[in-house]
Design a protein around this ligand. Structure first.
Ligand SMILES: Cc1cc2nc3c(=O)[nH]c(=O)nc-3n(C[C@H](O)[C@H](O)[C@H](O)COP(=O)(O)OP(=O)(O)OC[C@H]3O[C@@H](n4cnc5c(N)ncnc54)[C@H](O)[C@@H]3O)c2cc1C
Length: 269
């Protein structure tokens, strides 16, 4: 699906790269061309460079939601899970990265600007929530943030700084906020006041939030992740199943899709 905006490939410079919890980092990159095209829910691909003695950079650039933009910079919120993200985490301020994008369909491509809106981020699914909040208006949004445990929760003061009041949960009750799943406070809020939802997180969470949307009669826009190679819709690596038997490419028809349209039980967790 063409959004009418051609992605760019540019050389960016890392301005900030700091840990917000053990394995979660905030990276701000100066890359005016890509930052100018940033939109909530869309993503960029990033490549950092490793010295040959470190084995060089992984073959494929890694996709990340755009977390925030300010002036000529865009920020990523990323979690270290393998060699590409580990290399990013070791890249100091001042070093160069290649940024391509933005890719895919974002919130503004799938929905009218809503007010009010619930935002539900699970784990690193918190990443696209900040730009979505800026787009919909902070006063119109309430954020629900869930993590497995307090050990991986991002810094509470940093989060308050942009999200204001938010509801936090940890599955094991070891962090700030209450214990349980993020769907619990979300459902309480839906029962009080149904609102459209923008969500990003692990597959079981996206499936559960989509079910809540159907139960309370509100649309759920889910930002979906999948292993991805080209990002241009050609390789089909990121193709996922739809409830009607068809398929969609996360990089083209996604990453933001109608949660009710996805066959979640066939999507890898
Ligand atoms: C549209 C999109 C937006 C994303 N936004 C963010 C973001 O904002 N922040 C962030 O931290 N991560 C995000 N991701 C995931 C991120 O791209 C991967 O974590 C990263 O590519 C892993 O690279 P790696 O070399 O560190 O690990 P790899 O060695 O490539 O992967 C490590 C492990 O994670 C699995 N894996 C890798 N990518 C995915 C995926 N997309 N879904 C499920 N499992 C995967 C692999 O199968 C492997 O088991 C996004 C992915 C997509 C497709």
């Amino acid at each position: 699906m063409n959004t009418g905006i051609e992605p760019v490939i540019c050389e960016g410079v890392i301005m900030v790269n700091r840990a917000l919890s053990g394995d979660t980092f905030l990276m701000t990159i100066d890359c005016p061309e890509a930052a100018a095209l940033a939109a909530p829910g869309r993503f960029v691909k990033v490549r950092s460079w490793a010295a040959p003695e470190e084995g060089g950079a992984p073959l494929l650039d890694r996709p990340f939601s755009i977390h925030h933009t300010a002036g000529s910079t865009l920020s990523l919120l990323y979690r270290v899970v393998g060699p590409g993200t580990a290399l990013l985490s070791r890249s100091p301020a001042g070093s160069a990265v290649r940024v391509s994008g933005p890719f895919g369909r974002g919130l503004a491509d799938v929905m009218e600007k809503p007010a009010p809106l619930y935002l539900a981020g699970g784990g690193i699914g918190l990443a696209p929530m900040r730009l979505a909040m800026n787009w919909a208006g902070p006063d119109n949004c309430l954020l629900f943030y869930g993590e497995r445990s307090g050990a991986v929760q991002v810094d509470e003061n940093w989060l308050k700084g942009w999200a204001g009041d938010f509801a936090a949960v940890t599955e094991d009750g070891s962090g700030y906020g209450r214990p349980g799943l993020v769907t619990a406070p979300l459902e309480e809020a839906l029962a009080r006041e149904p609102r459209p939802i923008f969500t990003c997180g692990p597959t079981p969470m996206l499936a559960a939030v989509s079910s809540l949307g159907q139960k309370y009669g509100v649309p759920v826009w889910a930002s979906v992740e999948a292993g991805m190679a080209c990002g241009f819709g050609v390789c089909l690596t990121c193709s996922l199943p739809l409830a009607d038997g068809g398929r969609f490419r996360v990089c083209q028809e996604g990453p933001v899709v109608d949660g009710a349209s996805v066959k979640w039980e066939l999507v890898r967790s």
